[in-house]
Design a protein around this ligand. Structure first.
Ligand SMILES: CC(C)(COP(=O)(O)OP(=O)(O)OC[C@H]1O[C@@H](n2cnc3c(N)ncnc32)[C@H](O)[C@@H]1OP(=O)(O)O)[C@@H](O)C(=O)NCCC(=O)NCCS
Length: 381
């Protein structure tokens, strides 16, 4: 019998490298994030979400004609079928948008004729469909629950602009549309985070892209992951007054209650996305006159820097994206769905990478129970 390999427990998988990837690079100590080698800051300044999706799916930037045809491919998939629209209309209005998104992404598989085609090209086409339709799903549900007519997507608009158009029924200003576009770029990928891992585990069983992306949406929802941006907003609203920030933070730290939007499993320096979003949140706050929340946020950051900065606890991507989304008029429970809208790019990128070089992901656990336990018949227990 071959000798069993040495095993060690790595709860939370902090110190386990599960494979190779060409998608994103993170240096948590230096606060660096690159997509396919390009610094996130450069992409946020110069790129578009569509170009970033191409980059993550092809491991290189597109030429202008490649980008044009990729955008056309995405736009063709913007509309929802009547069946999906009816499904959304039938959902109770009080449902959480992340539950809705998870259900409807899963539902998209039901009307896809190539649902069981497991070829790489078919899985890629499914990823295009989910990525292109997610903004319409979120906007349609939000309008239904507000008692408004669903707005059809406009194939002349990019993903960010189209999302705001479908949500509000009016074409947004350039600054708002670009703000969403940059948020989508900044959230598009982040190594093997929990939801990406969930997608990879699913696709690695030779299941399909819809199942992988559905697993990912469910995983993103948790407050320790993508759900944190909504909790940040709830926290800011519950503090309310600038004078209450100091006692709130000090009490939370004393009671070991986590301050939402701070800390990260990988970053022990400032999250490079937070650095960019902070500048952005400030600009939008000034433009929209919503400065109170921004000032409150910077006060929290100052106190956290003073108290726990030395422990490597800094704002993460969720902290300033919350104020940015709020200033743009988004309902708080849409913050995490917007994160999902963007992260579809990374989920699909890693799932396709896994598909190309697959191995079933199947870790083990250390059994700590008893052995040789006698089975006691039910009437004798
Ligand atoms: C993201 C997160 C889960 C990473 O946590 P982790 O790597 O498991 O680290 P731990 O939870 O073990 O925390 C390590 C230490 O930092 C402290 N800490 C971590 N995040 C903190 C926060 N947001 N507020 C206050 N203290 C925090 C912990 O209390 C712990 O302190 P201790 O060593 O004195 O016990 C955690 O920072 C967190 O819950 N943050 C808030 C939620 C959030 O913003 N999530 C979005 C992530 S992008």
């Amino acid at each position: 019998m071959p000798e069993a390999p040495a095993m060690h427990i790595d709860k939370g998988l902090d110190n386990t490298i599960i494979g190779e990837s060409r998608k994103s690079f993170i240096d948590g100590q230096a606060g660096v994030l690159e997509y396919v080698g390009i610094d996130i800051d450069e992409l946020a300044r110069n790129s578009t979400f569509e170009e970033v999706v191409f980059l993550l799916w092809n491991d290189r930037l597109p030429t202008s004609s490649e980008l044009e045809s990729f955008e056309a491919e995405l736009r063709l998939e913007y509309p929802l079928s009547q069946g999906v629209i009816e499904m959304i209309k039938g959902i109770p209005h009080e449902a959480s948008p992340m539950h809705v998104l998870r259900t409807v992404v899963s539902g998209l598989a039901l009307e896809d004729e190539e649902c069981n085609d497991q070829s790489f090209e078919s899985e890629r086409r499914k990823a295009v469909r989910v990525l292109s339709k997610t903004p319409a799903i979120i906007a349609a549900f939000d309008r239904c629950r507000r008692g408004l007519e669903i707005v059809d997507p406009d194939p002349n608009l990019n993903i960010a602009t189209n999302f705001l158009w479908m949500l509000n029924g009016e074409v947004p200003g350039e600054a708002s549309a670009r703000a969403i576009d940059v948020c989508l770029i900044l959230h598009a990928d982040h190594g093997i985070n929990a939801s990406t891992f969930a997608a990879m585990v699913t696709i690695a069983t030779q299941s399909d892209m819809y199942s992988a992306l559905t697993s990912a949406v469910g995983t993103l929802r948790g407050p320790l992951h993508g759900g944190a941006n909504e909790r940040v907003m709830n926290m800011l609203q519950s503090i309310g007054d600038l004078d209450d920030v100091e006692p709130f933070v000090m009490d939370s730290l004393k009671n070991k209650t986590k301050i939402m939007g701070f800390g990260h499993r990988v970053y022990k320096a400032l999250d490079p996305r937070a650095k960019y979003l902070k500048t952005f949140a400030e600009r939008i706050a000034e433009e929209t006159g919503n400065t109170d929340l921004y000032v409150l946020s910077t006060r929290i950051q100052d106190i956290m820097d003073r108290e726990v900065g030395a422990k490597g606890i800094y704002p993460n991507v969720d902290f300033y994206s919350a104020t940015t989304y709020f200033s743009l008029g988004l309902a708080i429970d849409l913050f995490t769905p917007v994160f999902a809208m963007s992260r579809n790019a990374g989920w699909a990128a890693h799932s396709l990478e896994q598909h190309q070089d697959n191995r079933l992901i199947r870790p083990r656990c250390q059994y700590t129970g008893d052995h040789a336990v006698e089975y006691v018949p039910i009437n004798e227990r």
